[in-house]
Design a protein around this ligand. Structure first.
Ligand code: FE2
Length: 248
C-alpha cells in the first residue's frame, strides 16, 4: 500500500493542488480509501483483500485530476473521469510501478470504471462485483458527508421521472437542467444503491437524513420524501446482511 500511496502522491502533485476542487478530490480520495478499509473489515475480508479495497479507494477518482485540468468541471458529459481513470491505469503502468499484483489489475480497472455508472455490468465475476460494489458505496458515503457540510438551496420543479424513480426506490437518473430540488432527490436516491449493512450503519451514524434536512433552505417542502427515505433506511438496517461472501 505504501508504494501505491507514494505513486499516487507523485501523480497528483503534477497538478495544481492549490486549486480548491483538485485539493477537495485529493482529500476525498484518502477518505474513500479509509471507508473502503472500514467496509472491507465489516465483511471480514482477508488482509490482502482489505489492501485491494484500499487501493481501489485511493485510485477510484484518479481521472478527476485530469478532468479538472482539462475542462475545469465535474461534468462527466464533457470528460468521463471514471473511464479516463481506468484507461489511464491500464496504459500508464501505474500499477506495475508500485508492484500491485497482476491478478488485481482487472479488478481495479473495472471497479474504477464503474464506480460512478448508473448500472454495473451483469457479466462481472463475483470478486470483481464485490469490489465494484464496495467502491460505489464508499464513494457515495463520502459524497453524502460532503453534501451536509454546507447550506443547500432546494427550490425548483421536480419532474415526474425523478419522482417515479424515487418512489420505485431506484437511483435517480441525472436529467439535463436539473433543479436544486431535483438534486436533493439524487442525493436521497443514493441510499437505494448502497449494498452493504455497514454502509447503512454509517449513513445512520452520520445522521445524514437529519443533517441534510437541516441544511436545506426549504426543507418542509421535502419532508414526505425524507420520511420515505428514513423508513427505507430503517428497513435496510433490520435486514440480514444480504451480501453473500464470494468464495475464494
Ligand atoms: Fe468519481
Amino acid at each position: 500500500m505504501k508504494e501505491v500511496i507514494e505513486q499516487f502522491e507523485a501523480y497528483v502533485h503534477e497538478f495544481d493542488l492549490t486549486n480548491f476542487d483538485l485539493e477537495r478530490k485529493y482529500r476525498h480520495s484518502y477518505r474513500v480509501m479509509k471507508l473502503m478499509e472500514q467496509l472491507a473489515y465489516s465483511l471480514k475480508l482477508s488482509e490482502e483483500d482489505v489492501t485491494l479495497a484500499c487501493i481501489i479507494g485511493l485510485l477510484h477518482d484518479i481521472g478527476r485530476f485530469e478532468q479538472l485540468k482539462e475542462v475545469d468541471s465535474y461534468d462527466d458529459t464533457k470528460f468521463e473521469h471514471a473511464d479516463f481513470g481506468a484507461q489511464y491505469l491500464k496504459t500508464s503502468h501505474f500499477l506495475e510501478q508500485c508492484h500491485v499484483p497482476d491478478i488485481w489489475h482487472p479488478i481495479i480497472f473495472t471497479a474504477v470504471q464503474y464506480h460512478n455508472k448508473y448500472d454495473i455490468p451483469e457479466y462481472l465475476d463475483e470478486k470483481t462485483l464485490l469490489f465494484t460494489k464496495l467502491i460505489r458505496d464508499a464513494d457515495k458515503i463520502d459524497i453524502l458527508r460532503l453534501t451536509i457540510e454546507k447550506k443547500q438551496e432546494s427550490t425548483g420543479e421536480v419532474r415526474q421521472q425523478v419522482m417515479d424513480e424515487f418512489y420505485q426506490k431506484k437511483q435517480i437518473h441525472i436529467l439535463p437542467g436539473f433543479s436544486k430540488k431535483e438534486f436533493v432527490f439524487v442525493r436521497l436516491g443514493f441510499l437505494y444503491d448502497l449494498n452493504f449493512r455497514k454502509s447503512f450503519e454509517l449513513v445512520k451514524e452520520d445522521e445524514f437524513l437529519n443533517q441534510y434536512y437541516e441544511v436545506l433552505d426549504r426543507p418542509e417542502e421535502l419532508k414526505e420524501y425524507f420520511d420515505f427515505s428514513r423508513v427505507y433506511l430503517e428497513q435496510q438496517l433490520k435486514e440480514e446482511e444480504h451480501y453473500v461472501r464470494y468464495k475464494i
